[in-house]
Ligand binder design. Sequence first.
Ligand code: URA
Length: 269
Amino acid sequence: MGIDTHITDYDWNAALAALVWQVELGVDEVICESAIDRYALPDRQAPIIPKAKPAAPVMVQDAPKPDTALAAQIAAAACNDLASLRMALDGFEHCELKKGARNLVFADGTPGAPLMIIGEAPGREEDLDGRPFLGNAGRLLDKMLAAIGHDRSSQEAEKAVYITNTVPWRPPGDRDPSQDEIAMMQPFLARHIALVKPRVIIAMGNIACAALLGQSGILRLRGTWAQSQAIPVMPMAHPAYLLRNPAAKREAWADLLNVQARLTAGVTR
Ligand code: URA
């Protein structure tokens, strides 16, 4: 299928949206307005080529940066299942985080689970292993999930859970991912959610809230339902925060019960 290059009077965002839409429709090549006859013989008469002036040296800093946002949108939009999303992330070379990481930390749990957890970023243990939430915060997360009847190793529809992060590579020194990194990886996260199709999402901490809701201030956001991609989202304090602030566990418990009630009531949208 070919792409129509006759795009005029489009602003950049409209052109980007049109391009992503065409990729979703299955466009995989660019064509011109009129067909090229690749068998036509060249003109007999050699063209008169004016003597070229020596080109000005190109300064490295003037070179256009690859449009990483566009690259991420196109790569993510082309993924029709989780296996291709994992491969697309593995092949995505525009994010600096990838250079310092040992492994892609894609996800854990059961695709199609009713509950999806979105954390921040992998840490040391996750980076070594390739699965999210394995360290102290992960162990607390597992206990929190068990308290409302969910288990990342369960295949049972009602107990299953799917876990991923806002960014799939460990940031150096375990710093927070930057706004640019969150924004760059956001199309992959959005696609991940669309492919898992959870009934309810828990956004663990500020970084997940920034990516999903475009908001920060987790202690203000927590406990109140929000929406992302038409799916209910419960913002919650991150388990790492709860380990440092055990007094906040009482509110986290209330948030978990709220999630459980929404899942068991089947009220999802
Ligand atoms: N914290 C997160 O947010 N995600 C992980 O995978 C590990 C710790």
